[in-house]
Write a protein of this length. Structure first.
Length: 404
């Protein structure tokens, strides 16, 4: 018999200096673990009184590490988990928490992730323990969604299920004050593209378009303005709102087509997913504008973008507009891959997401290669031609933790 899991929204608390008091209240009387980005380990004691602290090296967390963390927390008889960090940290804690309540489910999901790109979780045997997400970056919405990314030897995989959605989301403005402006604007872009990507599908909830447009306008306005502490908190709240309003309701699954290309570019090039996204999204949207339905529906994307950019002085054509926004915000791009890397990226997209797969049905490696050839890459530095060159990172990344 399975536990009954009803879809729920994360309980959200936002404000200045709220993390300590909120975490203390929601973990009171329960044995608590803190899973924290190792670069932010000093925050562990500031948000809870943990029985266990797990400091993550987010650059090295993979499926085996998630399994080991889950086993450690289960052995420690943890009753609730506080996750402090960016998207990777929160995803790791959410997936590990599934294994605390149901080790069998976690083993099945991680094993399945080695063979398929998307793993829907089965109904749990018992209800998952509560996860309290305390994000230190903006834009990922990991603190309020029911999807987690797990890295495997074969690539980055999606695990999907209501038991992954954090029970509480604590948006503390104090955690965003040291983020570089480019990080905050990258978060604005990530949240905006979540809405725009969903708008490439025709099917939608009756209020989805209006909510998506309102949130999109707010995000562009904030990204264009001075990033005061209050503005940064509003970015975090609007990002969370993409999951908590009707903006994404009724949309066809897998509709943000750009994400799947960015995922494979990121994996092969060892760069961040948002650098990859900034480089390739305009090319994907050009395919949609040109009327290729395999990449998405042109009409709703154009309608969404036209209304969102009203009074912003951005082009009303979606591909030109998003390209101009990336330029206006001076967002970092991925370095141009060499021909072999481009081939690998294209083949991987078809292998895991295209062909007969539900994410990009009918998309082939040559289709992907054409998009990548026309993408907007950063110039290749001479030093980066060495195969042992370090991964690209967003400037000042360590101040807010990982940002995927």
């Amino acid at each position: 018999m399975s536990a009954i899991v009803h879809p729920r929204r994360s309980t959200l608390v936002a404000g200045f200096s709220v993390a300590r008091s909120v975490c203390a209240a929601v973990t009171a009387g329960r044995r608590t673990a803190v899973v924290v980005d190792a670069r932010l380990a000093h925050l562990a004691d500031a948000v809870a009184h943990p029985a266990v602290v797990v400091a993550l090296d987010t650059a090295r967390v993979d499926a085996s590490a998630v399994a080991a963390i889950s086993a450690r927390l289960r052995d420690a008889r943890v009753e609730t988990v506080v996750a402090v960090g960016g998207g990777t940290t929160i995803d790791t804690a959410a997936v590990a928490a599934v294994g605390i309540a149901s080790p069998r489910t976690l083993r099945w999901a991680l094993d399945r992730s080695e063979r398929v790109a998307v793993v829907p979780l089965p109904p749990p045997d018992v209800a998952a323990i509560d996860v309290i997400a305390v994000p230190t970056t903006v834009g990922t919405s990991a603190e309020t969604n029911a999807v987690a990314i797990v890295r495997t030897d074969h690539g980055q995989r999606l695990i999907v299920g209501e038991s992954l959605r954090p029970r509480h989301a604590v948006l503390d403005a104090d955690h965003y004050t040291t983020l570089a402006g480019v990080q905050v604007r990258t978060g604005c872009l990530e949240a905006l593209l979540r809405l725009a990507g969903a708008s490439t599908a025709e099917r939608a909830h009756p209020r989805a378009h209006a909510h998506a447009v309102a949130i999109g306008r707010a995000l562009i306005g904030l990204g264009d303005g001075p990033l005061s502490p209050a503005a940064r908190l509003r970015v975090a709240r609007w990002s969370a709102a993409t999951q908590r309003t009707a903006a994404l309701r009724g949309r066809a699954s897998f509709s943000p087509r750009h994400w799947y290309l960015a995922n494979e570019v990121s994996f092969v090039a060892r760069t961040t997913k948002m650098r990859a996204t900034a480089s390739i999204v305009a090319g994907v949207w050009r395919c949609i504008e040109d009327g290729d339905p395999r990449w998405g529906a042109s009409r709703p994307l154009k309608a969404f973008w036209r209304e969102v950019v009203r009074e912003t002085r951005l082009p009303t054509a979606p591909s030109a507009g998003i390209d101009a926004l990336v330029t206006r915000w001076a967002l970092p791009l991925a370095t141009r891959p060499d021909p072999d890397a481009l081939t690998s990226m294209a083949v991987r997209v078809e292998r895991w997401w295209g062909g007969r797969a539900p994410a990009l049905p009918g998309i082939t490696a040559p289709d992907v290669r054409a998009v990548l050839e026309g993408a907007r890459w950063a110039p290749t530095p001479r030093a980066s031609t060495r195969h042992d060159s370090p991964p690209e990172t967003i400037p000042m990344r360590s101040r807010g933790g990982d940002h995927t």
